[in-house]
Design a protein around this ligand. Structure first.
Ligand SMILES: Cc1ncc(COP(=O)(O)O)c(C=O)c1O
Length: 386
């Protein structure tokens, strides 16, 4: 078999060698605790604060507004729980507004806040591509709205949401706005001022950084309580000794992403569009899911095929040397149709046959050609085996 081809960059990305080069000497030499007063601690703190400064600059934020976390999920948890609880404490706000296509880190957290803390959770209407209906957003911005959380780009279907416009409407009413930009930030530049967000989540492993590290941007003055309590690290918002090598690696990976966004997109867009065009033309009973070519992540394709088991298709593709996914990685092994596809109105006979093919900066045109050549037969095999 030829070398396997990785087409699952929305699940995670390999570490960039330039990121490894930054982390390696820190792992080897800089073991100090950044909170310690002695020179070992000071050296680690210098690296930590330089990473914070660099990330803040690249996001259009202040260093004080960057809170390091262990991953995108934790950032989402801190944003939702921390702000909901703070808003209730300060003003009795009891309503959490989310979209129906949020990552489980938001959806499950919102459900738990409802079940255990008595919050009311409302879900915004979306169109068939998963984009928020701006015209109806105002109905949800009520006196008691604690916060609104809408993802910037969806992991399963690649749809981009009108974040700036949502942020603007929230701000007119003084309601904090969080956006999960874990996928978006890997491909599109972020300026938190322009995007009008108060809270924004990122995770390093989606942009060729290490796993186990993320950040939450928190605009100064946004009500928020810590979720992980203890020491006063991260401005009192996240108790834990910071993981300095991973944080420095994330800062380097994000710096590279900023410098290379347009080069990476220019490489990815024609490959993405070729896959979409060929699949829809050549595979019977296929549909593109998610946003159109304008409102879609530049590396993202996602489809549904009628009368097919998506997980089986992923296995058949894997046996042929192609690593893709059905729905999001978190759904693997779960025979229920994806809640995102269901929210968009797909019936189970379509939604169960989903396929996500996501490209990366090292995906070559030859990789895509090989994939497109193999796909029709793999689909036929998966359909026959159903
Ligand atoms: C949109 C989105 N949010 C949050 C997460 C969770 O990030 P992490 O794996 O860093 O916890 C993911 C990961 O798949 C994601 O795609």
């Amino acid at each position: 078999m030829n070398t396997p081809i990785y087409l699952d960059y929305a699940a995670t990305t390999p570490l960039d060698r330039r990121v490894i080069s930054v982390m390696q000497p820190i792992f080897e030499n800089l073991f100090g605790n950044p909170s310690s007063l002695h020179r070992f601690g000071q050296q680690a703190e210098t690296v930590l604060e330089e990473a914070r400064r660099s990330l803040a600059e690249n996001l259009g934020a202040q260093p004080r507004e960057i809170i390091f976390t262990s991953c995108g999920s934790e950032s989402d948890n801190l944003a939702l729980r921390g702000t909901a609880l703070a808003r209730r404490q300060s003003g009795g706000h009891n309503l959490i507004v989310i979209s129906p296509i949020e990552h489980p880190a938001i959806q499950v957290t919102a459900r738990q806040l409802a079940a255990q803390e008595g919050f009311e959770v409302k879900t915004l209407p979306v169109d068939h591509t998963g984009r928020i209906d701006l015209g109806r957003l105002e109905d949800y911005l009520q006196q008691n709205t604690a916060l609104v959380s809408v993802m910037a780009a969806n992991n399963e279907i690649g749809t981009l949401n009108p974040i700036r416009e949502i942020g603007k409407l929230c701000h007119q009413r003084g309601i904090p706005f969080h956006s999960d930009a874990v996928q978006y930030g890997a491909h599109l530049p972020i300026n938190v001022g322009e995007l009008q967000v108060d809270l924004l989540s990122l995770g390093a492993h989606k942009f060729y950084g290490p796993k186990g590290v993320g950040l939450l941007y928190v605009r100064q003055g946004t009500p928020i309580l810590p979720i992980q309590t203890g020491g006063s690290q991260e401005f009192g918002l996240r108790a834990a000794t910071e993981n300095v090598p991973l944080i420095a690696g994330m800062a380097k990976a994000y710096q590279l992403a900023r410098e290379e966004y347009s080069q990476r997109s220019n490489h990815l867009l024609p490959l993405r569009d070729l896959i979409i065009e060929k699949v829809l033309a050549e595979i019977p009973d296929s549909q593109l899911t998610g946003g159109d070519l304008q409102n879609r992540l530049p590396n993202h394709t996602s489809f549904v095929f009628e009368n097919l088991d998506g997980n089986l298709l992923v296995q058949v593709l894997d046996s042929e040397g192609f690593a893709c996914s059905s729905g999001s990685a978190c759904k693997t092994g779960d025979p229920a149709p994806s809640s995102v596809l269901t929210a968009l109105g797909y019936t189970a006979d379509w939604a169960l046959g989903s396929l996500r093919v996501t490209l990366g900066k090292d995906t070559s045109p030859v990789d895509v050609d090989r994939f497109l050549d193999a796909l029709p037969l793999c689909i036929q095999r998966a359909r026959e085996a159903k």
